[in-house]
Ligand binder design. Sequence first.
Ligand SMILES: N[C@@H](CCC(=O)N[C@@H](CS)C(=O)NCC(=O)O)C(=O)O
Length: 230
Amino acid sequence: MSYTLFYSPDSANIVVRMVLEELALPYEALEVDRTQGAQRGEAFLRFNPQGLLPVLLDPAQDEPLFETAAILLHLADRHQALQPPPAARGRLLKWLLFLSNTLHADLRALFYSPRYVATESAIAPLRAALHRRVGEHCALLEAEITRHQGPCLLGAQPSICDFYLAACLRWAQLYPRGDALSAAQLAQWPRLLALLGALEQRPAVQKAFALEGMDGRAFSAPNYPRDAVV
Ligand SMILES: N[C@@H](CCC(=O)N[C@@H](CS)C(=O)NCC(=O)O)C(=O)O
């Protein structure tokens, strides 16, 4: 049994790829050329009518999976890995959902702000509000890591949440171009920074970076990918 991951280099699929690599699961990676808008083409819309990556095909499921958090939870449950013991299931769920419906959603509005406003003049105030919100989210996540003595979001061991969080913080440092989170801002949250540094040393994460054409320090010192399409 092998999964199929639809991907575009350095898009949200990197989160799923890191987890597939971490669990040493067999998968085929099929590229969707975002430089040509292939995510909006008929062929891909059959898998995700939203035209968004990632999509994962699991031969044991009756339909394609989309939404990063759903795919992560599916993999963690199916393979009983990268999740805390049952007593902390509630924490896994609440932080995974927070990452998806709050942090990632706000970042999307920041990166794609022209899609979220009626007039161009509304972009700057929207971005200012989102920068403030993202800062508050980072402070909340930093406090949560501290509360459980880290180094990961749910405590000592990495979970699916950490991979998702690290990718979000990578994107926050790169986009929107010229108006992204600076290194000095990120330094306000030392536990988040430490998590980025620790995760990117994992061999599975390094392999995922290489497969998506990303540098070895893609979390702690990110560079733009060659064919960056936000
Ligand atoms: N809510 C979705 C968001 C995924 C998403 O934003 N994907 C971006 C790539 S990072 C995408 O496919 N963008 C293409 C587009 O907007 O046309 C998830 O969690 O999977």
